[in-house]
Design a protein around this ligand. Structure first.
Ligand code: URA
Length: 438
C-alpha cells in the first residue's frame, strides 16, 4: 500500500481502514514514509477528521509501535497522572511521592517542555545528577524500592509518537482531539496501568482554550483509556493563570520541595490543592480510599507527615541525584540570577496574569524550548508574586523575572508587563477544577 493512496483517501474525506492506519504508523517508525508524506496525511486528518474507530486504531498502532510494560509482579495498584500541559504545572513532583506513600506504584513516564509549556523531565534534571534515562528494568527496580519512578520516554515506548509529535508541532496540527488522544494514550497505556487520572488543562495557557472543547478531550481520553481496560478519569482544570508561585525548571522543583516540607508560600497553595485533588482521584480509582473526601485526607496526611518527602528523597537517591536537596532545597536556586521586577502600573485588583505570555517569556530567556532538540536553562524563570484576585497598589512588585544577565531580560520585560491586567473591581475567583469527567 503506497503512502499516496492512503493520503488520497483522507484527502477526499474517507475513513481509513485499520490496515491503512497500521501501514501509516509502521511507515512512521521504519522511515518508509517521508516527513512530507506523514505531514500531508496528518493535515488531511486534521482538516477532514477521524472517527472514533480511526482514533482507536491510531492509538492501538502507536501503542504497539513499542513495548508495553508489565508490572504484574509488583503487589500494588499501578497508576499515574498525566497533564495535557500548562505553565507552572508542576504537580507530578508532589503527586508521585504522595501516591507512593499511600501504597500506589507509579511508573511515571514524562515529557520535556516545548513552546510555552514546561516538562517534568526538565524540572527533575534541575536536581544535580538526577537521571531520567531509565531502562524498563531500572524503572521496575526504582518502583519496587521507593514506590515510583520518574523517567523519560525511551525508544521502546510508543516510538511512533516521537516522530509524529515533532512533525505535528512543526506543522500546526497539534490541537486536534483524536491526534492528542492517540499521542497521550499510546504513551500512558504503555505503562501497564490499572488506573489513570488526566489533568486536562483549559484556558489561555492550554493547548485547548475553551471549556467545551476541553471537556470533549477529557471524555475522549477517558473513553479510550477504558476501551483499553484502564480505569480512567479526567479533571478539567484551569490554566488561565500560571499555577502556583514559580515558572521555570529549578524554581518549580523548589516550590514542590517547599510543599513537601510544609514550608509553602501562599502563592503555592493551588499547586498543593491541585496535586491533592488529582492524587485523591487516583486513590479512589484504585479503591485505596472509600470516597474522595477520605482520599484527600490520605494524600494531605502523606504530605503533612513528611512521608511523601521521604519517598522523594529515596527516589532522588535511586535515580542518581543527591537526596540532601530535600533538606536544603534552596540549593536549587541560583543566587547570581539578575532580577527584573514587574511593577503594578495602577492600584486595584489583579484580573489577568496571562500564562501563555509568561510561559513564552520564560521560554525566550532560555527556560523552555522552541524545538524539541533545544537545550534548556534550568535556573531561569519567573516568580508570580501577585495572583489573580490579589489587591495591589501602584508600584508594587507583582512579578520577578530571573535571568542570567540584565540584557537577557530586555526582549521580554515589556511583553511580561502586558501579561498583567489590573482592574478597579475584584475579578470573579478562578475555579481550579472546572469539570470532572468519567
Ligand atoms: N501532549 C502530548 O503528549 N501529545 C499531544 O498531542 C498533546 C499534548
Amino acid at each position: 500500500m503506497r503512502p499516496q493512496d492512503i493520503i488520497r483517501q483522507k484527502r477526499d474525506g474517507k475513513a481509513l481502514t485499520t490496515r491503512e492506519i497500521a501501514v501509516f504508523i509502521d511507515g512512521v517508525c521504519t522511515g518508509a514514509w517521508e516527513d512530507y508524506q506523514i505531514t500531508a496525511l496528518v493535515m488531511a486528518m486534521f482538516l477532514n477528521g477521524l472517527n472514533e474507530r480511526e482514533q482507536n486504531s491510531i492509538t492501538r498502532s502507536m501503542l504497539h509501535s513499542g513495548k508495553v510494560m508489565n508490572f504484574d509482579d509488583i503487589d500494588a495498584p499501578k497508576a499515574d497522572k498525566h497533564s495535557t500541559g500548562g505553565v507552572g504545572d508542576k504537580t507530578s513532583l508532589v503527586i508521585a511521592p504522595a501516591l507512593a506513600a499511600c501504597g500506589v506504584a507509579v511508573p511515571m513516564i514524562s515529557g520535556r517542555g516545548l513552546g510555552h509549556t514546561g516538562g517534568t523531565l526538565d524540572k527533575l534534571e534541575a536536581i544535580p545528577a538526577y537521571n531520567v534515562r531509565l531502562s524498563f528494568a531500572k524503572i521496575k527496580r526504582v518502583m519496587r524500592e521507593c514506590g515510583f519512578a520518574l523517567a523519560g520516554q525511551t525508544a521502546e515506548i510508543a516510538p511512533a509518537d516521537r516522530r509524529l509529535y515533532a512533525l505535528r508541532d512543526a506543522t500546526a496540527t497539534v490541537p486536534y482531539i483524536p491526534l492528542i488522544v492517540a499521542s497521550i494514550m499510546s504513551k500512558k497505556l504503555a505503562e501497564g496501568l490499572d488506573a489513570l487520572v488526566l489533568d486536562v488543562k483549559t484556558g489561555k495557557g492550554a493547548f485547548i482554550k475553551t471549556l467545551a472543547e476541553s471537556k470533549k478531550l477529557a471524555a475522549a481520553l477517558c473513553a479510550t483509556g477504558r476501551s483499553f481496560g484502564v480505569k480512567t478519569e479526567s479533571l478539567v482544570t484551569d490554566m488561565n493563570e500560571p499555577l502556583g508561585l514559580y515558572v521555570g525548571n529549578a524554581l518549580e522543583t523548589f516550590e514542590c520541595l517547599q510543599i513537601l516540607r510544609g514550608e509553602m508560600p501562599e502563592q503555592a497553595a493551588r499547586t498543593r490543592e491541585l496535586s491533592v485533588e488529582l492524587a485523591a482521584n487516583v486513590l479512589v480509582q484504585c479503591r485505596l480510599a472509600k470516597d474522595i473526601a477520605a482520599a484527600r485526607k490520605m494524600i494531605s496526611n502523606a504530605i503533612d507527615s513528611g512521608a511523601a518527602l521521604e519517598k522523594f528523597g529515596k527516589n532522588i537517591e535511586l535515580q542518581g541525584g543527591d537526596p540532601r536537596i530535600c533538606d536544603r532545597p534552596e540549593r536549587l536556586l541560583n543566587a547570581k540570577l539578575v532580577e527584573t521586577k514587574i511593577l503594578a502600573e495602577s492600584s486595584g485588583f489583579v484580573s489577568v496574569v496571562d500564562p501563555l505570555v509568561v510561559g513564552e517569556c520564560v521560554s525566550i530567556v532560555g527556560g523552555g524550548r522552541v524545538k524539541a532538540s533545544d537545550a534548556v536553562d534550568h535556573a531561569v524563570g519567573f516568580k508570580c508574586i501577585a495572583k489573580v484576585g490579589d489587591r495591589v497598589k501602584r508600584g508594587d512588585t507583582i512579578g520577578v523575572l530571573l535571568t542570567r544577565t540584565a540584557k537577557a531580560a530586555l526582549p521580554v520585560s515589556e511583553k511580561l508587563k502586558g501579561a498583567y491586567k489590573i482592574s478597579p473591581k475584584a475579578p470573579k475567583p478562578i475555579q481550579l477544577v472546572r469539570a470532572r469527567v468519567k
